[in-house]
Write a protein of this length. Structure first.
Length: 446
């Protein structure tokens, strides 16, 4: 059963789009990654389309790997710090939620809690934090760590980090700041709470020097598809990204996380499962396919190899010709990087003995998630089936190219969703929680 009568929509903004060749599209804005006006236009278009939130992913450091591939694929090689961007966007939007990735592996809980509390106040209650553990081994060297933590350790750290942030956001009661000039009282000391945390990874006294956020706390997003990732989502997340590519797999993922939530005394209505959806929309099927094939033809073999390599523990594909299959022995049995991506690549490589080129052409355009190439009405049929069938509460849109696919989605797909009663015709509330139909959490000290 779905948890709402209307589906939810978020959009992931990679400066040029999700496809590795998106920056080569004729409508791409070169230099978009450092163009504030470009982000402003995307945010305002998303708000015009009544999206729940705009999401900016992040990595705390350049990718480790083949620099000859990265010079042809500007993924995470030049980018703004996301919370800074979202703070600027909060001034030019009114209802659109503002979400950012910040890693628990290389940041401090106090600084993060302070940043997101500030963003929530700046935006009037529209912030969201995507909780991730960093899988980029080279990132640690930017923070004085020479050794890359294993998967289990990263998730223990993430859980402790998150619990500290949640506690810090409750440092002040909602009505702590009386600001009474007559009695010369700015706040009530009895409504201030010190966390005093000492744990495996962190010692944080608190309290936070920002009043309690308008939403109580930012909306918590989680994207891990591994067993540990699902468990963390069940315990703490309010939005979870689902990277499954089939209806049945997505429905199973959603049901599995819901089942786990019971262990933490949580109801399924407290979590929105959003399926990753990469789109290439055309006014006709032929137009959509022509656009997609243009992008596919632009994937350089170096980029194709690297897209697989970095998601599977940096396996070496340099000696595998693109017209031959990937030997199964190349893949490790396990990885300390993304277990979700590793499984997906292995599944594609084992499906019909494809060539290396066929593997990266199937994998790279959407990585984890569903790829759709077709017309607006066909997209709505698919989205409606997944929503009404219980495979997803909505979608996190990862457009193949920007700004092209966002414009098409808002102009062509959204009106069709509205016509069929699947999507809102106006924002229901002022905060992101209100628009996602998520309750505002009470303070632990209430």
């Amino acid at each position: 059963m779905k948890s709402g009568t209307k589906l939810n929509l978020g959009i992931l903004v990679d400066p040029h789009g999700n496809h590795p060749a998106a920056w080569l599209h004729h409508e791409a804005v070169l230099g978009a990654e450092i163009d504030a006006r470009y982000y402003l236009q995307l945010a305002q278009k998303a708000e015009q389309g009544l999206f729940d939130f705009l999401f900016i992913a992040d990595s705390p450091g350049l990718r480790q790997g083949n620099i000859q591939a990265f010079k042809r694929w500007p993924v995470y090689m030049a980018q703004f710090e996301p919370v800074t961007v979202l703070s600027a966007l909060s001034m030019v939007t009114e209802r659109l939620g503002l979400a950012a990735t910040v890693s628990t592996s290389y940041f401090e809980p106090f600084n993060l809690a302070r940043q997101f509390a500030s963003l929530d106040h700046l935006s009037g209650g529209r912030s969201a934090w995507n909780v991730v553990t960093t899988t980029n081994p080279s990132a640690g060297k930017n923070f004085g760590r020479e050794h890359f933590e294993d998967h289990a350790t990263r998730y223990r750290r993430a859980r402790e980090f998150l619990q500290i942030a949640l506690g810090l956001w409750d440092s002040w009661d909602d009505d702590a700041f009386v600001r009474n000039a007559k009695t010369v009282e700015y706040f009530d000391p009895d409504k201030l709470h010190t966390l005093g945390h000492k744990g495996e990874f962190y010692s944080v006294r608190g309290p936070l020097d920002v009043p309690r956020p308008p939403q109580g706390r930012p909306v918590i997003i989680q994207a891990g598809g591994s067993d540990a990732g699902r468990e963390l989502a069940a315990e703490t997340a309010e939005v979870v990204f689902c990277g499954e590519r089939t209806f049945e797999a997505a429905k199973s993922f959603r049901a599995d996380v819901h089942q786990r939530m019971a262990r933490y005394g949580r109801s399924p209505d407290e979590l929105k499962s959003l399926a990753n959806l990469t789109t290439v929309i055309g006014r006709t099927q032929a137009e959509a396919e022509e656009h997609f094939e243009f992008l596919q033809a632009k994937i350089h073999p170096d980029v194709g190899r690297e897209a697989i390599s970095i998601d599977t523990g940096y396996i070496d594909l340099s000696q595998v010709p693109i017209d031959q299959s990937i030997p199964p022995s190349v893949f490790p049995e396990d990885t300390e990087r993304s277990k979700t991506y590793m499984k997906l690549v292995k599944d594609i490589a084992a499906d019909g003995n494809p060539t290396l080129e066929e593997v990266y052409r199937r994998y790279a355009p959407s990585r984890g998630g569903l790829l759709f190439v077709g017309t607006a009405s066909q997209a709505v049929e698919l989205m409606g089936d997944w929503f009404t069938g219980g495979a997803a509460d909505g979608f996190i849109l990862t457009p193949a190219s920007l700004p092209t696919e966002l414009n098409k989605f808002v102009d062509l797909v959204v009106p069709e969703l509205q016509k069929r009663g699947l999507f809102r015709t106006e924002y229901e509330g002022k905060t992101l929680r209100e628009n996602l139909h998520l309750r505002r959490p009470k303070s632990r000290y209430a």
